[in-house]
Design a protein around this ligand. Sequence first.
Ligand code: ABU
Length: 366
Amino acid sequence: MSPKVAGHKTATRQIVCSYNEWDPLEEVVVGVVEGATVPPWDWIAKATMPDHAAWFFKKHGGKPFPKKMIEKAAEELNGLAALMKKLGITVRRPEKMDFSKEYRTPWWKSRGLYAAMPRDVFMVVGETIVEAPMAWRTRYFEGQAYRELMVEYFRDGAKWLPAPKPSMDKHFYSKTYDTDTPYVKGKKQFPITNHEIAFDAADFVRFGRDILVQKSHVTNELGIEWVRRHIGPDYRVHEVEFDDPHPMHIDTTIVPLAPGKILINPSWVKKLPGMFKSWDVLPAPEPANSFDSALYFSSDWLSINILSLDEKRVIVEEKEEPLIRALKQWGFEPIPIAFRNFYPFGGSVHCATLDVRRRGELASYF
Ligand code: ABU
């Protein structure tokens, strides 16, 4: 597929610059897991976590994650960072913070979660870093762990666009949402209302000028409209809906791999929007050994939460052998890494990273 390069001109290459998920990666943020704290078992946990994980939140809610879990996951994150450094990619890390400290707003009190998933909090759109307002009280101050880094990128010429934080008071959460009834009269239900702006950055996925977004348990209509209006006329934001009954973050549903090539989760993607009609669609194989790691925060489709280094090389969890085989057959070069101990925190390699700079231009692929 030859993209229509849209005449985007930058006199000098900016420190922050990325338009899609597949241009050659030059700089990346890799999360840290130290200080991670388990959320309490409240209505928002019940709405968004798998039922089988309730015991974990009831046992550990409000306390730091068990030490062994943190140590093993930190080792894998450090391994990911070391691998990318070895491949010539600049790797940056957020600050390690103690997320078990209680904080208050005028309306409620909470503790934090972690700085393990930069993808959830930030999205790079061209030379702008969009900072999401988030939708969980436990994530209200998560962006702080990246503050030094964001100020540095700003000093070096990046645009930094933090969304207004919702109050997350009682009007923010739905009084009628019921986990067991994800659809009412065919309409997907969500635990957050449309009272204030809310989104997580991981509900957006970038294809150059076109950005896809889903409404989810953490992203509402006002949030989508805020992004659309603020990133400006160079970009088209398309709202999409798939068959995930409890959507939260689009990066286990569709995964762009290269111009004209998209990996999909066949359980949730029954039909792609018409814009993909000339694209090669690669349905992912079933995740491997789904429950050999404890998936407290996520579905087992973390298998496809992978990170492209360019149009060929893609970092994949090493036990996801069916996916590794399929990617090879499709002409990609998977790089397997140990990342299973990170899964219980709710993400894999894509969630754990934020591509800050990729070598490439703003283009249309549709
Ligand atoms: N944060 C990515 C998890 C999405 C999923 O549960 O599939």
